[in-house]
Ligand binder design. Structure first.
Ligand code: TRP
Length: 367
């Protein structure tokens, strides 16, 4: 029997080709330069502790760049996501404040960027229900990032929220009709869920006029910074230099960083990952090429390299750290900024939910 043209929830149109995502990302980058105001960027972070230099060079700096280009900006504090894999939310208020302080200190400007927490935007969360009806369990089970995260969290049983959080993430993106989502490669499967949800919603409920735009990933070209132990820089591995670290903390962490036994410093990420990572960090801070930094240190060896890196980090983050200290000292102000962002996001989410109800023929309770 021929397969009917259907709006089935698993229509096999999921497309996880990295090459396609890369091509879309390149086109998007071009459009952002020519018509930034036509695009809406949405991205965010889980409030699980202070952000570090990996976040800064990997994504924060790019957000500020997009903000300054004139893209419409939404930055999300993904507080509900923190309960996918941990059960103690006691530290959330401080973690949220710390995240806000990090954002503002690096130059995310609430006058141009809506910063909000998704738990505070009721209508956003309500989109989860219709969206869940648009994806199949088989599709959710295939998501490699959810599998990895579940394994990393070391939990015996996967919660329903963990299983469905990519759909929640689709609501995060689509409530504001986001078109640009700056992500790393690991987030591509989630972005694909958001694309599929948008496509299937449109086909089922708004076939004549596309209601949700399909968001595209903006893949970052940012180099990956390793932690001081040579592993991925991560809040939980104790190998990260936080944005908020003091100059002394920074010196201490860098002095403990792994190097190798060869004295002459070179930039060779494949064969000398630890030394090259330090060279890269200094180069990023000084806005120079890593090869030229390595050459400058050369025969002076690892101790000289560490001195250079420490100075480069402390020098280039001095202002950011000072701003951050001032910000964290005024929590009432941080909360006011978040409240204003939540209100703005809620206004948009309410309008989207009203449209969705209309398109789904479920407005009989209204008015
Ligand atoms: N999952 C992202 C992370 O772990 C955070 C996040 C939540 C997000 N919702 C999002 C990122 C929507 C991009 C778009 O960092």
């Amino acid at each position: 029997m021929e397969r009917p043209e259907s709006d089935s929830v698993d229509d096999g149109v999921t497309d996880l080709s990295f090459a396609d995502a890369e091509a879309r990302s390149a086109r998007l980058e071009e459009e952002l330069r020519t018509s930034p105001a036509a695009h809406r960027m949405l991205t965010g972070d889980r409030p699980t502790g202070p952000l570090h230099l990996g976040h800064y060079f990997g994504t924060l700096r790019n957000r500020v760049r997009l903000q300054n280009l004139g893209v419409q900006m939404f930055v999300l504090v993904a507080d509900y996501q923190t309960i996918t894999d941990r059960d103690s939310p006691q530290s959330l208020p401080e973690d949220v404040d710390a995240l806000l302080a990090d954002y503002l200190a690096v130059g995310i400007d609430p006058a141009h960027t809506t910063v909000f927490a998704h738990s505070q935007v009721a209508a956003l969360n309500q989109l989860l229900l219709p969206f869940l009806s648009l994806v199949s369990v088989a599709e959710l089970k295939r998501n490699p990032t959810v599998k990895d995260e579940t394994a990393a969290a070391g939990q015996a049983a996967m919660s329903g929220l963990m299983f469905t959080y990519p759909v929640h993430q689709a609501a995060d993106i689509l409530f504001c009709k986001g078109t640009v989502v700056p992500v790393g490669k690991d987030q591509l499967p989630h972005l694909e869920v958001a694309r599929v949800v948008a496509r299937r919603f449109n086909r089922r409920y708004s076939p004549r006029r596309r209601y949700f735009p399909e968001p595209a990933a903006l893949l970052s070209e940012a180099p990956v910074l390793l932690g001081t132990d040579g592993q991925k820089m991560s809040k939980s591995r104790n190998n990260a230099i936080a944005l908020s670290a003091t100059a002394d903390d920074t010196a201490c962490l860098i002095s403990r960083a792994k190097t190798d036994s060869e004295r002459h410093i070179t930039y060779d990420p494949v064969n000398r990952p630890d030394v090259s990572n330090l060279v890269l960090l200094a180069a990023l801070c000084m806005d120079r090429e890593p090869e030229s930094v390595a050459e400058e240190v050369g025969a002076d060896g690892a101790a000289a390299l560490k001195r250079l890196v420490t100075e480069a980090v402390n020098e280039s983050f001095r202002e950011v750290r000072k701003r951050r200290a001032d910000l964290i000292g005024d929590r009432a102000q941080l909360r006011r900024i978040l409240r204003a962002g939540n209100e703005r996001a809620s206004g948009i989410a309410d309008a989207t939910l009203a449209d969705v109800k209309h398109l789904m023929h479920t407005e009989y309770g209204d008015g």
